[in-house]
Structures are given as structure tokens and as C-alpha cells.
Design a protein around this ligand. Structure first.
Ligand SMILES: Cc1cc2nc3c(=O)[nH]c(=O)nc-3n(C[C@H](O)[C@H](O)[C@H](O)COP(=O)(O)OP(=O)(O)OC[C@H]3O[C@@H](n4cnc5c(N)ncnc54)[C@H](O)[C@@H]3O)c2cc1C
Length: 122
């Protein structure tokens, strides 16, 4: 898909938006699309390989900064969806508001999207 031409990608996206599949389609009729732009975003998905097995070390280091809270998809290098990402921010704000001293336990922020099993719809 990364190597598809821009025109093909636009046709693909418009086809999905207009399709009959209730999960993805029925949003836009192809003839209503007036303009389009293709933006290729590198590293859009967090990959769990290489040094990822040692992520705990990174987390311990980052948690040592008193004014740093790692939230969201790239902030945690985790396959968070939008809900998870917002929850990490909500937890971080809660901790900041409750914080009375340095050394705040940031587990509540890191624990978002680790406990429940998460499946994407087919
Ligand atoms: C292809 C794809 C499909 C997805 N589909 C779904 C879906 O169907 N449902 C769902 O719930 N989630 C989906 N997600 C996941 C969802 O997009 C993310 O979980 C969510 O956007 C992460 O939110 P965020 O605030 O952590 O990061 P982002 O939304 O990535 O926001 C980070 C922002 O910070 C900005 N930024 C980065 N560096 C700097 C800097 N140095 N200075 C200033 N600004 C900076 C970026 O430009 C960006 O606007 C999808 C993700 C991808 C890549």
C-alpha cells in the first residue's frame, strides 16, 4: 500500500468511504469528492521489536523527570487508540492536580491499555 501511486490511493479511499459496508462505507458518494491529498506518514504505527523488550528501562528513566508525563500514542510508544490516548491525558492531569511533591507514581498513566484485552473490529 505504501508503494501505491497517489491516484490509486485516492481511488481506494474514496471507494471505502462510499462502500456499502456499514462499518466503513456510506459516508461520501464518489462524485461528491472535489479534491484530495495524500500524505505518507512514516512510523504511524508503534513497532514492538528491537530494544522494545527493554522498554521498562526507558520508562524508569522518563519517570525520573518530575515535570514529564508520557501520554498518547507516541508519548508511550504503544498501540493506543484515540480513547486510550485521551485516557492517558486524563490520568496525567489528575496526577498533576493531585501532586504535592516530586516522585509521583505514574503507573495510572502507563497502565492505560494494558489490563483489558483489546480487539479491533474486523
Ligand atoms: C492509520 C491509523 C488509523 C487509526 N485508526 C484509528 C481508529 O479508527 N480509531 C481510533 O480510536 N484510533 C485510531 N488510530 C489511532 C489514533 O489515531 C491515535 O491513538 C491517536 O491519534 C493518538 O493521539 P495522540 O494525541 O497521542 O497523538 P496524535 O493524534 O498523533 O497527536 C500528536 C500531535 O502532536 C504533534 N506534534 C508532534 N511533534 C510535535 C512537536 N515537536 N511540536 C509540536 N507538535 C508536535 C503532531 O503533529 C500531532 O498533531 C489510528 C492511527 C493510525 C495511524
Amino acid at each position: 500500500m505504501w508503494n501505491m501511486g497517489d491516484d490509486d490511493l485516492v481511488r481506494y479511499a474514496v471507494g471505502e468511504l462510499g462502500g456499502r459496508d456499514p462499518l466503513h462505507g456510506g459516508i461520501v458518494d464518489a462524485e461528491d469528492v472535489l479534491a484530495s491529498t495524500v500524505i505518507r506518514v512514516k512510523k504511524a504505527y508503534p513497532a514492538y521489536f528491537g530494544a522494545y523488550a527493554e522498554f521498562d528501562k526507558v520508562r524508569r528513566l522518563l519517570d525520573g523527570f518530575p515535570n514529564l508525563y508520557c501520554v498518547g500514542r507516541n508519548g508511550q510508544h504503544r498501540y493506543n487508540n484515540m480513547d486510550h490516548s485521551m485516557l492517558t491525558a486524563i490520568e496525567a492531569v489528575r496526577l498533576v492536580r493531585e501532586a504535592k511533591a516530586d516522585g509521583v507514581d505514574r503507573s495510572a498513566v502507563w497502565n492505560v491499555n494494558t489490563e483489558a484485552e483489546y480487539h479491533e473490529g474486523a
